[in-house]
Design a protein around this ligand. Structure first.
Ligand code: KMH
Ligand code: ZN
Length: 273
């Protein structure tokens, strides 16, 4: 089996220090958290930006500061910038960090409820516009699918020649409003993508380690991190992003899956630059 690519989603846009004090906000906190996660075994760091007091922000300057601080501590790690941002941001605002010419970025591939009154809007035209923007700038896409209809949309757009491979999916399962993260949900998603596509699984909340284990067994890849889940086990807050990554590394050892370095991850994902 291929080596395991671990992505660490440091902070997202929704979770707060009130929920878990380890959630990073400042540039320094992000860089340190990324470094610890990288040391623990993460080869990809998924980045959102926050202001020092924790509000989601999506400015070029803030992303630049975060990217430079992470690159200083771990020069070879793959930095994956979000184009999802936070609920309510416009298409063009969401593409702002792409001005930094990142190696990889997310492309969210469908609209869904996001808890309460929130709707995470990704219309078909948004997907085409943002997807083509990434392709035209040679930014590797990680295709975020929160339910099976999102996978179908991507495959249809690829068939029409509007989006292109390599196809690397991220199944984000367990969002309030999206598909749940039971094993059968994951298997359905995994079996719905082309044989030559790659995938990673991000289980939200209590699904994080259940789905990490499934992905390890099935030859997929894994995303963990405080963006997705605040607990290292039921009722016990994670002390850091690295602790969540370490738990996956331990799990992988039990199934004899070796952990990919960033360069090995680039090869597995067929990233060219
Ligand atoms: N914060 C969510 C609304 C992504 O990073 O691409 C969107 C999100 C997805 O986190
Ligand atoms: Zn994200």
């Amino acid at each position: 089996m291929e080596k395991l690519i671990i992505t660490c989603a440091l902070t997202g846009a929704e979770v707060t220090k009130e929920q878990n004090p380890a959630v990073p906000y400042t540039v320094e906190e992000m860089a340190l958290s990324a470094y610890e996660a990288y040391q623990a075994g993460a080869s990809v760091i998924h980045v959102h930006a926050r202001t020092d007091d924790g509000k989601p922000t999506h400015t070029y300057e803030r992303f630049k500061a975060i990217v430079e601080a992470i690159q200083m501590r771990c020069p070879d790690v793959i930095i994956q910038l979000t184009t999802g941002g936070a609920i309510g941001m416009s298409r063009d605002e969401r593409l702002t960090p792409i001005q930094l010419n990142p190696e990889m970025a997310t492309l969210d591939c469908g609209t869904l409820n996001f808890g309460g009154d929130d709707i995470f809007v990704n219309t078909e035209n948004d997907i085409i516009y943002m997807g083509q923007f990434l392709e035209n700038n040679s930014v590797y896409k990680e295709i975020e699918c929160f339910e099976k209809g999102h996978v179908d949309t991507v495959l249809r757009l690829v068939k029409k020649g509007l989006l292109h491979g390599p196809l690397h999916f991220s199944f984000v399962l367990g969002v309030n409003g999206g598909m749940s993260g039971e094993v059968r949900d994951f298997l359905f998603m995994k079996d719905s993508i082309p044989n030559d596509a790659t995938y990673s699984v991000a289980g939200i909340g209590r699904y994080e380690f259940l789905l990490a284990e499934q992905a390890i067994i099935q030859g997929g890849h894994v995303r963990v991190g405080l963006e997705d889940n605040l607990y290292v086990e039921k009722g016990v807050l994670a002390s850091s992003n690295a602790q969540l990554v370490s738990k996956v590394v331990e799990m992988a050892k039990r199934y004899n899956r070796e952990i990919a370095t960033p360069d090995e991850a680039r090869q597995i994902l067929k990233m060219k630059r």
